[in-house]
Design a protein. Sequence first.
Length: 194
Amino acid sequence: ASREDVWSRLDARARASGRASVALELGAGTGLASLMIATSDAVRARGGVFALTDLPDVVEFTKRNARDNKAEHGGHVPRNCALAVTSIRWGRAEDVDGLPEALRWPDVVLGADLMYTSDADVIEALAKTTTMLLKPGCVGVFAACKEHRPEAIETFVKFMEPEFDVRRVPASMAHPEYPCDDGDFEILEFTRRS
């Protein structure tokens, strides 16, 4: 998603309205996915809002990492990119409903390597939260390592398919500076059916 052509397609709703995009990352941990996009040429000129979310016991670490990566603290995230950090427990409607209004309808929902468990309840909770966040016009983008639990990827797709179109993007299309083998990674895009 850090390629300019890809990001332009993903944040088409924000571009059409003339505003900076809002992206929300689920299970952010260090926030690597959001930070990479926020520092990319694709976002640098227009800026944006990036919400990094994780479990309550992880977000303090995420906040420190986000702060340390902002330009005003010596990092590379430009000043025109806002980084917000908050907790979301997957599958909990009250957590999504408790998000600040500006973050409840992101243009893009991101997830990086979240399907690492064989626990179908965890994968279903991830799908429920994703479903709550992906309103019409939004796009969900999930990169998954096939090495961990390939069956978990298919379980996630199964939970999402009733309401969403699923696009499987070759991992090799991600970015030329970060070559990926299609056999190792899966990139999934979800858009709500009309």
